[in-house]
Write a protein that binds this ligand. Structure first.
Ligand SMILES: [Zn+2]
Length: 251
């Protein structure tokens, strides 16, 4: 890339397809970051972690940096963050969500990356997309919450904003620690499936059915739980047909 030229208009930035406006913004950010970097032929490449004096990566240094971040997330949301049973990229997604730092359309508009007429929700429901709409108020993705609630044997009207929704949904598992944890993991999985589907709709123009998304939530949570809890030795059919039976394996 360096040899091809990574300055503005450089050959390294030639693409086969035309970029979206928000992608162009990312490229510009990347060009800016690389502007003062000059590679030397005799130097061997290596990773450098700037948040620790040893220049090596430690989870603790990343955690200290994140928890000292300007915008503090309320302590009551700690239980949704940095879960061991959830992949790191999903934990980062949840953290960004609570800070409202996901590139939802309203956030992209605030940064000037898209115009007013591009604000419509990707689920084609006719409303504008912001965090609470996309995940908790959208009539299309709201169907996913209904299907998942039905799977769990729950019938209730869910809140429309992230803070109240998270507390309400994760409390529906009852008083046991294990079921609260499973409900928290399912809550995160639904959000992640919505986010992925929204991105696939935007970038690949593929629309999946709500039943397919619900199946993805069940499968995703099954594997997250299976890979983290040794007592969770149920097969997928058991999980799919009676999730409550499997809760006792999570402690
Ligand atoms: Zn919508």
């Amino acid at each position: 890339m360096f040899e091809a030229g990574w300055g503005i208009g450089g050959e390294a930035w030639k693409w086969r397809q035309r970029l979206f406006a928000w992608e162009e913004e990312l490229v510009l950010g990347c060009v800016g970051k690389l502007a003062n970097i000059f590679l030397q032929v005799d130097e061997v490449d290596r990773w450098v972690w700037k948040l620790h004096s040893s220049q090596s990566y430690f989870v603790k240094s990343a955690y200290s940096y994140l928890s000292a971040s300007e915008t503090r997330i309320s302590d009551s949301f700690d239980r949704f963050l940095w879960l061991k049973s959830v992949p790191l990229k999903v934990n980062i997604f949840v953290w960004s969500l609570f800070l409202n730092r996901l590139p939802t359309k309203d956030n992209l508009q605030k940064r000037g990356s898209i115009d007013d007429h591009q604000l419509l929700c990707s689920a084609l429901c006719g409303f504008s997309e912001d965090l609470n709409h996309l995940f908790f108020q959208c009539p299309v993705y709201g169907q996913l919450w209904l299907v998942i609630s039905k799977w769990l044997g729950i019938s209730t009207v869910l809140h429309g904003v992230v803070e109240a929704h998270s507390i309400q949904f994760c409390g529906l598992g009852g008083a046991s620690k294990g079921s609260t944890k499973v409900f928290t993991i399912i809550w995160i999985s639904v959000l992640y499936v919505i986010w992925r589907d929204r991105n696939i709709r935007i970038f690949k123009s593929v629309h999946e059915s709500i039943d397919k998304l619900a199946e993805r939530v069940k499968l995703q949570t099954f594997w997250w739980l299976k890979s983290s809890y040794i007592l969770f030795d149920f097969d997928y059919l058991g999980w799919q047909q009676n999730p409550w039976n499997c809760f006792q394996a999570v402690v």
